[in-house]
Design a protein around this ligand. Structure first.
Ligand code: 2NL
Length: 347
C-alpha cells in the first residue's frame, strides 16, 4: 500500500510538470491520453486495488480519485489558458491595416451603340411593339428571295455580301427576321415588332461606312394600315428620341421590299433646321428608310395583300449615336479604345 501511494504521488508530480512544459493546445491531447486515458499509468495503478486489504481499499481509492481530479483540473486550466493565449496572439497578428487605400472599382460603360439600341427599344416597347432577334447567318431565301430580291435583281449588287455557300450568307439587313415573324404568326394580326441586330455588307470601311454594322428594323402588319400610320409612328418616335420639337419629313425613294418607299428626315439635331455644317445647310438629316410593305412580300409570307397592309422601316444605330454624341468617324465605335469608350461612363 505504501509503495502504491508513493507511486501515485510521483505520477502526479511527473504528469503536472510535463503539463507545464506543454505550450500549444494541439499538444494537450497526447498528454491527456497518456495520463488520463484507458491505458494510463493511473488506470493501471487503480486496478491494483484488488490486491489490497479491506481496510486499505477506501483510503487508496480516495487517493486515486484525488490524483485523477487534480490532473483533470490542471488539464482544464492549462487548456483554457493556452487557448486564450493562442486567441490573443491570433488577434494581434491578424489585424488588418484599415489605413491602406482601397482598390478602385473600374466603372464600366454601356457602349454607345448598345445605349442607342436600348433607348430605341424602350420607345417602341412603349408603343406596344415587341422585340425579336434571330440568326446572323441566314439563307438566300430569307435574306433576299422573300424580300422581293430575286437572284438577278440589280439591288442585290448594293448588298453583295459574305457568302458561306450558295445558299448561306451573313444577313445584309435584319428583315429576314421580320419575314420569319410573319411566317410564325401564320396570317394573324396585328404584327408590331422591331428587330435590332448586326448586319454585314461588302463595303470599303471609311469614316461613314463599315462592312459590319447594326440595324433596327420595324414592321407593322394589320388591316387598314396606311402611310399616315407610318408617318405618325415615326414622328412619335422622333419626338421621344430627340425631343418634342422634332418633326419628320418623307421624301420619295425606292426599296425592293416597300412600295411606296421613302427616306425619312429629321430636323437637324445640331441646328434644329437653321442649316449648318452637319446638315449641309438643308436643316434636315436623313435618319431612316421606310415604306409600305410591298404586296408581293406580304403575299409571299402568307398575308393576302388584298386584305392586309403594313409598313416597315429601318435605321442605323451607329448613325444615331454619331449624331447624338458628335462622333465623326464610325470606326471609333468598333475599335474598343478605352480612351473613347470611357467618355460614355455615367458620372
Ligand atoms: C434603311 C432602310 C428599310 C425595311 C427596311 C422591311 C422589312 C420587311 C418588309 C418591308 Cl419584312 N420592309 N424593311 C423597309 C424599308 C426600309 O431600311 O435605310 N435601313 C438602314
Amino acid at each position: 500500500m505504501e509503495a502504491l501511494i508513493v507511486q501515485l504521488g510521483r505520477l502526479q508530480e511527473t504528469a503536472l510538470s510535463e503539463l507545464r512544459e506543454i505550450s500549444a493546445t494541439r499538444d494537450l491531447a497526447h498528454w491527456r491520453v497518456q495520463y488520463l486515458g484507458k491505458k494510463s499509468e493511473l488506470n493501471a495503478l487503480s486496478k491494483q486495488m484488488g490486491s489490497l486489504g479491506q481496510e486499505e481499499r477506501p483510503l487508496f481509492g480516495e487517493r486515486v480519485n484525488e490524483v485523477r481530479k487534480a490532473l483533470e483540473e490542471a488539464y482544464a486550466q492549462r487548456q483554457t489558458a493556452l487557448a486564450a493565449a493562442e486567441q490573443a496572439l491570433r488577434l494581434a497578428q491578424e489585424t488588418i491595416d484599415i489605413t491602406l487605400p482601397g482598390r478602385a472599382v473600374c466603372k464600366g460603360a454601356i457602349h454607345p451603340i448598345s445605349r442607342v439600341i436600348q433607348e430605341i427599344e424602350d420607345i417602341f416597347l412603349g408603343m406596344g411593339f415587341s422585340i425579336v432577334d434571330g440568326p446572323e447567318v441566314e439563307t438566300d431565301h430569307y435574306n433576299f428571295e422573300l424580300l422581293n430580291l430575286p437572284k438577278d435583281h440589280p439591288a442585290r449588287d448594293m448588298q453583295d455580301t459574305f457568302y458561306l455557300s450558295d445558299e448561306l450568307l451573313l444577313r445584309t439587313h435584319t428583315s429576314p427576321m421580320q419575314v420569319r415573324t410573319m411566317e410564325r404568326m401564320e396570317g394573324h394580326i396585328p404584327i408590331k415588332v422591331i428587330v435590332p441586330g448586326r448586319v454585314y455588307r461588302r463595303d470599303e470601311d471609311d469614316a461613314t461606312h463599315s462592312h459590319q454594322f447594326t440595324q433596327i428594323e420595324g414592321l407593322v402588319v394589320g388591316e387598314g394600315i396606311r402611310m399616315s400610320d407610318l408617318k405618325g409612328t415615326l414622328e412619335a418616335f422622333a419626338k421621344a428620341l430627340f425631343g418634342p420639337e422634332q418633326r419628320v419629313r418623307l421624301r420619295p425613294s425606292y426599296f425592293p421590299f416597300t412600295e411606296p418607299s421613302a427616306e425619312v428626315d429629321l430636323l437637324c439635331v445640331h441646328c434644329h433646321g437653321e442649316g449648318c455644317r452637319v446638315c449641309k445647310g438643308t436643316g434636315w438629316i436623313e435618319i431612316l428608310g421606310a415604306g409600305m410593305v410591298h404586296p408581293r412580300v406580304l403575299d409571299m409570307s402568307g398575308y393576302d395583300s388584298n386584305r392586309y397592309s403594313g409598313f416597315a422601316f429601318g435605321m442605323g444605330p451607329e448613325r444615331i449615336a454619331m449624331l447624338r454624341y458628335g462622333i465623326s468617324d464610325i470606326r471609333l465605335l468598333y475599335q474598343n479604345d478605352l480612351r473613347f469608350l470611357a467618355q460614355f461612363a455615367r458620372a
